[in-house]
Ligand binder design. Structure first.
Ligand SMILES: Nc1ncnc2c1ncn2[C@@H]1O[C@H](COP(=O)(O)OP(=O)(O)OP(=O)(O)O)[C@@H](O)[C@H]1O
Ligand SMILES: [Mg+2]
Length: 144
């Protein structure tokens, strides 16, 4: 029988445009992983990738969720939003590509490095997006 105590699941809401609360979901994820004694290297990678994904919802979308699912072998992060979607995912993945407006660049974002960073930090990353509907990013972090 599956030991349900060996896996955990959490969801946190993210509001587009809310720079005061930006980063809160990622901080919660990091703290939970620290509390369950996850591998520090995995925690660092998840924290960086999750923060970038959360910021993309804050900057580029209207509303979304960060979902954490962890078991002893891996951490799964799914970030799903309602927003404009990404028309050309390959272009969005190109280092330096950004559609962030000047107001956001003035805050230090918009280098176009979030998605490439998320790919580097995770063992596996998948993006699904529909123009005018929203975006889903799924990242797996192997505990190795
Ligand atoms: N959740 C999203 N919804 C809509 N578009 C997105 C989303 N995430 C990324 N994008 C698009 O992909 C581009 C590249 O994203 P990326 O995270 O690499 O850079 P950035 O957010 O523009 O800047 P940085 O992450 O360096 O602050 C964005 O500028 C935006 O056009
Ligand atoms: Mg970004």
């Amino acid at each position: 029988m599956k030991d349900i105590s060996a896996s955990l699941h959490f969801e946190f809401e993210v509001h587009g445009g809310d720079f005061n609360k930006a980063g809160d979901a990622s901080s919660r994820v990091k703290r939970i992983l620290q509390q369950i004694g996850a591998n520090p290297t995995v925690i660092r990678r998840v924290a960086v990738a999750c923060y970038e994904a959360e910021m993309n919802v804050v900057i580029h979308a209207r509303h979304g969720f960060v979902m954490l699912d962890a078991d002893p072998s891996r951490v799964l992060i799914v970030v799903e939003d309602e927003g404009p979607g990404i028309e050309d995912i390959a272009m969005a993945m190109t280092p330096g590509f950004s559609t962030a407006p000047d107001s956001v660049r003035e805050m230090g974002f918009g280098a176009g490095m979030g998605l490439p960073n998320m790919k580097n930090c995770s063992s596996l990353m998948e993006i699904k997006s529909e123009k005018g509907v929203g975006t889903m990013v799924r990242m797996v972090f192997e505990n190795a």
